[in-house]
Design a protein around this ligand. Structure first.
Ligand code: PEP
Ligand code: MN
Length: 368
């Protein structure tokens, strides 16, 4: 059972809820605070044998906004009752999960300083402050390029500072890399912020999930598993929240099956509204790793663009997308990388669909 407090309720209201809960045998409580971009939401979670605990005594307490029985296992990231809020959060001045769709565009894998700098200069020109830069790459084959690792961090961060980039999404494959990133950021004078990415190959690497969950410094971009159910991915994501880090974006990136051919994966953006309904997390889409190629429809727009539209029109608020100044020279995933001259079009395209989403959202509100 989860008891949600009014944002302005005093501490005494929280204490009263806890005192009430502890009257029931076998019930313990845990207080959670979700720091959003607006108000902080406080919840008292009742843990243990709550089946026989009535809701009415809690509903009668001052400062209580809602009392919900929890039916899903992923209780922290899960959406309960009639709550329609998203757990938006701010990181280094950028809001995720708010009204503005964030385009997290950049190199799948960092290769040269020049490419990083060209990429970030192109983003700055478009007013984009979020990027992706892969330093630690989990590759299917051990003989493929594994990423430059910590050696590239100083100049990636320095270039972010130079171009006003506020948040870099960066995959980690091992907990030690979190410290490497932290140290490199400090040594560079914290010119930017980092969001730790959990890749699809590590969706169920539970110890890694615990590690990213145990720190609060960096938010987490969590990718669904490519070969497991959505439910399993959501339960895995709960590991991060259960360790204390609630600043999470859930990212859809396609699932593995030949039924998605000719795309690299079966695009699963029909799950955007599902994730929004099942959880309170902001939803990101990754059109690059799901489509995996750059062919265009007869209208001249690539499939990558079209699926970006499908994600945003369903309420996704972040787009993680591969670009490269010279895709033919990329050391990882060149065939799916958009070129820098396609960036302004993508920005305009995303803008048009965002406006369309606001209109269709209004239709939803009037439909009740
Ligand atoms: C990536 O975003 O670079 C990546 C490896 O994606 P995924 O984990 O979805 O394959
Ligand atoms: Mn990639």
């Amino acid at each position: 059972m989860i008891i949600t407090l009014d944002p302005e309720a005093p501490k005494s209201a929280v204490d009263a809820v806890i005192a009430q809960a502890e009257r029931y045998q076998g019930v313990t409580t845990k207080l959670y605070e979700f720091v959003g971009s607006g108000a902080t939401v406080r919840e008292v979670h009742l843990i243990g044998s709550t089946r026989a605990v009535p809701t009415e005594p809690f509903e009668a307490l001052a400062g209580v906004r809602a009392v919900n029985r929890v039916s899903v296992k992923y209780r922290l990231i899960g959406r309960h009752g009639k709550d329609t809020q998203t757990h938006a959060f701010e990181h280094n001045g950028v809001t995720f999960g708010g009204d503005q769709v964030q385009i997290i565009a950049g190199l799948c894998a960092v290769d040269t300083r020049e490419h990083v700098d060209q990429m970030l200069a192109a983003l700055a020109k478009e007013g984009i402050r979020t990027t992706r830069m892969g330093a630690y790459k989990p590759r299917t084959s051990p003989y493929d390029f594994q990423g430059l690792g910590k050696q590239c961090l100083p100049w990636v961060f320095e270039s972010c500072g130079k171009h006003g980039i506020k948040v870099v999404a960066m995959e980690v494959t091992d907990a030690r890399q979190i410290e490497e990133i932290d140290r490199a950021l400090q040594e560079a004078g914290n010119p930017t912020g980092v969001m730790l990415q959990i890749g699809t190959r590590n969706t169920q690497a539970f110890e890694l999930l615990r590690s990213v969950g145990q720190q609060q410094q960096f938010p987490v971009l969590f990718k669904r598993g490519m070969g497991i159910t959505l439910e399993e991915s959501l339960n895995a994501c709960e590991y991060v929240a259960s360790e204390g880090n609630g600043r999470i974006i859930f990212c859809l990136r396609g699932v593995k099956t030949h039924l998605g051919d000719p795309h690299r994966n079966l695009v699963d953006f029909a799950h955007v509204p599902v994730v929004r309904r099942q959880t309170r997390l902001p939803v990101c889409i990754d059109p690059s790793h799901s489509v995996g190629r750059l062919d265009a429809a007869p209208d001249g727009l690539t499939d990558v663009f079209h699926v970006v539209g499908q994600g945003i029109i369903a309420g996704a608020t972040a787009v993680l997308v591969d670009f490269h100044p010279r895709p033919q020279a990329a050391l990882c995933d060149g065939p799916q990388a958009l070129t820098l001259d396609q960036l302004p079009t993508l920005v305009r395209y995303a803008d048009v669909v965002q406006r369309a989403y606001r209109e269709v959202r209004a239709l939803g509100e009037t439909a009740g």
